[in-house]
Structures are given as structure tokens and as C-alpha cells.
Design a protein around this ligand. Structure first.
Ligand code: TEU
Length: 577
């Protein structure tokens, strides 16, 4: 029921990354007109809400995650009036609209930062983290940075600013200075901005890296501590901060305050989801416990870190199915009695799931995309679908470094090549993990530029749009799109999906992902064979329950409940006590 206050428990949120969704004016960049023009697609899919990645005014150093005006729309995306129209048209179809909230940092072009950097006397000075050089060092020289922290986007997190002779903190790009949430004026300004958006009619926020807003301040100057340097790292290297910035000492207080100041007393249907890398189950329970009133749910990262080694995201590791199952299972158990999970395979920062967790060869692409969707969405939690995932879009065939756009990829490549690493090996890792894989234009048709734009797309369209596109999938019951549609309908219609307990079966099995969901005498059994070949579930140890009926499958003609599973087959069984 879309009117229910907690619609999101059985609901599905569709993420639009506007730059690559649909272009309505032929400039090669997706825009709000494009989103409006595709509301039919979303309605047909059956999603409950859209999460719109940032469309705010921005110099686009990090594709909109660097906001220069929180209360305006970037001209390449459209106007505030169009955003209002999108909200109205979405609401008319029963689809809610969730905005991105990027307030760990602003753009360096935001008025607050321009003011802040202009003078040490500025009333905005303490909106950001300004610090003197390390004692005994000269500002701007290597090693003089206030801490040894390494930025998410390579290099130091500290930028020397000649004008006032101080460093400012940026956990991401230098053009993304971190706001100081220690300053009550920052908090009040952000809360006011959030209320302004809710008054405009939006339905909630996805909060960008919101668990980074409380930095661990230790008494004394500069008040921030070095991160531990991994053993064997050359002296003077930067180190990724951990407890110094993630889930800091005031984080729960700050989120509770935000909830009080912004959400209390408003429409119970509003939804909040905090993006929270580096979060433990213990913190996850605190963040999402309704009694604490912080956020409704969080995005965690453990399951998308399993194919990385100790060297971080570019240090490729093979993915082992038992570890993936165990990770999701731990979160299911951890947030079973309090709290709530978000379920996602992909977003604009992650490679395409069918290429990463499935098999994107022509032979297995459709089956593996649908098997993965089935498994994920029948866990307990709110399900997220990232644009193109519902079409089975794959990673892109990037040939050279010039084919990449994202600053994370490009900075990493440059820094490592300069250090003497092998360019071919670096490229191999970028092809697997670059965020650009998720950012190629959505494939609407088999035609020119996949129907994304009538102009020249800002990032090349994947040539496989000839086979993989929306138009060819709508009326094909065997398509990825049709399967997502049935799956979303099942989530809505079957209360056990939101309410039921979760039991993982055969946790050590390397090819079978099987679990049950149970509530009110109803049991759903999910069986997914995540590999080529054939698998007999009963022979592998699944106990057949009498009277189980197949309610969803990606196998085409319905097999019997416990028949052997073909390559990448997924089957959902329902039985009643
Ligand atoms: O991402 C934050 C984050 O922790 C990661 O997703 C990170 O950017 C990525 O894994 C690097 O490998 C959020 C946004 O989703 C991302 O697009 C922004 O670049 C980032 O914050 C800064 O705003």
C-alpha cells in the first residue's frame, strides 16, 4: 500500500543518476526533462520511489556531489520549476521522490566556502576545517599537512590555501571541502535547507557519506589525529583514515538532532537512508533503531568490498559465494529485532552487478541478472534498483585511459603511473571496478546512441545496446525487465517479504544460494543456482516442503518445485502451514 507510512518496508526505490538517464534537449547530458519523459518506464516497473542523485547547482567536479547551491538546479539538468513538475508528475503516479543530501562537504564554489576562504575573520571561517601546518613545518611543503590522511580520490586530504596561510580539509576532491559539523551554525543552515526541500514536496533524503560528518577531535592543536600507517608503507605516505572520520563520537547525536529539527511532526511517509561506508552491525543497529529516531535505514558496504584485497578497491580479489552469503546473512540477523536493512547490488559508484556477481556473456546474461535480483530482493529490507540494472546492463568495454571520465579512476591511474606501476595492470583494475561502468547512458533502444540523446553523449554508449535495451524487453516475458517487474510485484503482494524471518540454508555451498522467509504460517523458499551447469537442490541437502508451489522463476516454463536447477536458475517457492 503506497499510502502506508512505512511503505518502504515492502517497497522498491529506483535510483536515477540524471547525467546518464535520458537527455531531453540534445546536449548529450541527461536532464530533468528526460526523467519526466521516462516516468512511464518507472510506473511500468512498479517502483515506489525514485532517488534522484544530485541535480543541484554544481561545477560537476564529482558529477554533482560537489554542490555550489543547495537550493537551485544545475542548468544542464534544468530548472527548479522542472523539478517541481517532476515531483508532481511522479506523485500523480504514486511514485515518491527522494533527493540526495550531500552535506559532509560542499563545492569549493559554494558561497559559504568562498566566504570562509576569504579571511580568517569571516563569519563563515569555522564552517570548514581550517588548520595550521604541522608544527615545525612550512605550509605547502610535503609533510606539512596537519594529518597524514589520504583522500578517497588520491593524495592528501589537506589543501594549502595561500590567501590565509592555512590548510582546509577535503576527504574527497580538493574542490569538495568538508563542512565542520562541530559548528552549530552549519547544522542550523543545513537543517533549514532540508526543511525547505520538504516544504517543496519531496519525500525524503539519501544522505551522502553521512557517517563521516563527525570527525574525531582530540583536545589540543590541530585536534585531529594521524591515521595508523599500514605496515611496510614507505615513510611519509598517506593513510586512509578510519575511526578518525567514520562513525565519529558525535555521529548519533548529530543524526538525532537532524531528525528532531527536520523530520519530527512531518508526514510519516518520509524516508531517510544514510550512506555509511565502514559501518559495523553494532552502529547499524543504533542508526536504524526506530526508537532512537536517527535514520530509517543505511547503505552498508561490506558486501561490495568482498572482491577487494587489503590494498583497497583496486586490489582485485575473486569473489567467493559463501562469503557473500555470509555477509548478507550477518546483516539480516544483526538487524532482525531492531533496525532495518537496505538491499542493493549497484549504484553510480559500483560496477554493474551482472558483470561483477553474475556472468555477462550472451549465454548467461539474462539468467544471471534475474537470479541475482531474485536473491537480493527477497532478503528482508528495502530494495534499491540502479538505473539500467532492470535491463541487465553490463560493464563497458573501456579500451584506454582516455575512455574513462571519473576523477577517482583518472587520479588513481595518474598517481600510480607516476609512481612506476604497470599501466596495463592499472587499466585492468579500472575496467573491473571503475565507477564509469555504472555511468554509461541508459540503453533505451537499439538505435543511435541507444535513444539516450539526439546529440553526442557525454560518455560513450555501450555498443551492446543493440541487444540490451528497454524497448526490446517490455513485451518479452523472458526479459530482465519483465522479471524485475514480477519480482517487485511479489515484494508488494506477499507480506512475508517485509515481515518474515530469514534463515540461510547450506551456507557453505559454493554454487547454491538458498534461504527461507517465514511469517504467519507462510514460508517462501528461495533457490538460486549461481553458476553454469545443473544442480539438484534436494541432492545438495535442501529439504523439500510438501505442497510448495513455484511463485516466481527465471526459467521460463515453470519447473516443479524441487526439480534440478539449470544454469543461473532462480526459483521462489511458497508453502503454507
Ligand atoms: O560515495 C562515498 C563513498 O564512500 C564511496 O562510494 C566512494 O565514493 C567510492 O566507493 C570510491 O571508490 C559518495 C557518492 O556516492 C559518490 O558518488 C561521491 O563521489 C562521494 O560520496 C563524495 O560525495
Amino acid at each position: 500500500d503506497p499510502q502506508a507510512p512505512e511503505w518502504w518496508r515492502s517497497g522498491v526505490v529506483y535510483q536515477v543518476w540524471p547525467r546518464s538517464f535520458a537527455d531531453s534537449d540534445g546536449d548529450g547530458v541527461g536532464d530533468l526533462g528526460g526523467v519526466i519523459s521516462k516516468l512511464d518506464h518507472l510506473e511500468r516497473l512498479g517502483v515506489d520511489a525514485v532517488w534522484l542523485s544530485p541535480v543541484h547547482a554544481s561545477p560537476m567536479v564529482d558529477n554533482g556531489y560537489d554542490i555550489s547551491d543547495y537550493q537551485d538546479v544545475a542548468p544542464e539538468f534544468g530548472t527548479l520549476a522542472q523539478l517541481d513538475e517532476l515531483v508532481a508528475q511522479a506523485h500523480a503516479r504514486g511514485i515518491r521522490v527522494v533527493m540526495d543530501l550531500v552535506v559532509n562537504h560542499t563545492s569549493d564554489q559554494h558561497a559559504w566556502f568562498r566566504e570562509s576562504r576569504s579571511s580568517v575573520e569571516s563569519p563563515y571561517r569555522d564552517f570548514y576545517w581550517w588548520r595550521p601546518p604541522r608544527e615545525g613545518h612550512v605550509g605547502g611543503e610535503p609533510g606539512a599537512e596537519p594529518t597524514n590522511w589520504e583522500s578517497f580520490f588520491s593524495g592528501s586530504t589537506w589543501q594549502w590555501d595561500e590567501a590565509t596561510g592555512a590548510y582546509y580539509l577535503h576527504l574527497f576532491a580538493p574542490e569538495q571541502p568538508d563542512l565542520s559539523w562541530e559548528n552549530p551554525a552549519v547544522r542550523q543552515a543545513v537543517h533549514a535547507m532540508m526543511r525547505w526541500w520538504l516544504d517543496r514536496g519531496i519525500d525524503g533524503f539519501r544522505m551522502d557519506v553521512v557517517n563521516l560528518i563527525s570527525k574525531r577531535v582530540v583536545p589540543g592543536t590541530p585536534g585531529l589525529a594521524d591515521a595508523p600507517v599500514p605496515p611496510g608503507a614507505p615513510p611519509g605516505s598517506y593513510a586512509a583514515p578510519g575511526d578518525e572520520t567514520f562513525n565519529g563520537p558525535r555521529i548519533h547525536e548529530l543524526l538525532a538532532e537532524m531528525h528532531r529539527e527536520v523530520f519530527a511532526g512531518r508526514d510519516a511517509g518520509l524516508v531517510t537512508v544514510g550512506e555509511m561506508p565502514g559501518t559495523t552491525i553494532e552502529h547499524g543497529r543504533l542508526y536504524t533503531d526506530p526508537a532512537r529516531a536517527e535514520v530509517d535505514m543505511i547503505f552498508t558496504f561490506e558486501h561490495v568490498d568482498l572482491d577487494s584485497g587489503p590494498g583497497g578497491k583496486w586490489d582485485l580479489r575473486p569473489l567467493e559465494l559463501p562469503r557473500l552469503k555470509a555477509t548478507l546473512d550477518r546483516w539480516q540477523q544483526g538487524l532482525a529485532d531492531v533496525g532495518w536493512n537496505s538491499l542493493y547490488w549497484s549504484n553510480h559508484d559500483q560496477p554493474r552487478p551482472v558483470s561483477r556477481f553474475g556472468d555477462d556473456s550472451p549465454q548467461h546474461r539474462v539468467r544471471s541478472a534475474t537470479a541475482l535480483a531474485t536473491v537480493l530482493q527477497l532478503h528482508r529490507g528495502t530494495a534499491y534498483v540502479y538505473q539500467g540494472e532492470e535491463l541487465g546492463m553490463t560493464n563497458a568495454p573501456f579500451a584506454t585511459i582516455d575512455d574513462f571520465d571519473d576523477l577517482e579512476s583518472v587520479n588513481h591511474y595518474r598517481e600510480r603511473v607516476a609512481r612506476g606501476d604497470d599501466p596495463e595492470q592499472l587499466l585492468a583494475a579500472l575496467r573491473v571496478k571503475s565507477r564509469d561502468n555504472a555511468r554509461t547512458p541508459v540503453q533505451w533502444t537499439a538505435g543511435r546512441h541507444a535513444g539516450f540523446t539526439t546529440g553526442e553523449p557525454w560518455l560513450a554508449v555501450n555498443p551492446n545496446h543493440v541487444e540490451v535495451n528497454a524497448e526490446s524487453q517490455y513485451d518479452d516475458p523472458a526479459s530482465v525487465f519483465s522479471h524485475y517487474r514480477r519480482l517487485i510485484a511479489l515484494r508488494h503482494d506477499e507480506p512475508v517479504v517485509a515481515r518474515g524471518d530469514f534463515t540461510l540454508l547450506l551456507p557453505e555451498h559454493e554454487r547454491l544460494w538458498a534461504f527461507t522467509r517465514r511469517a504467519d504460517g507462510v514460508t517462501l523458499t528461495v533457490l538460486a543456482h549461481l553458476s553454469d551447469g545443473e544442480l539438484d537442490p534436494v541432492a545438495e541437502g535442501v529439504v523439500a516442503s510438501p505442497g510448495a508451489e513455484v511463485v516466481l522463476t527465471n526459467e521460463g516454463t515453470a519447473a516443479s518445485a524441487y526439480a534440478p536447477l539449470g544454469p543461473w536458475a532462480a526459483r521462489v517457492l511458497r508453502s503454507q502451514d
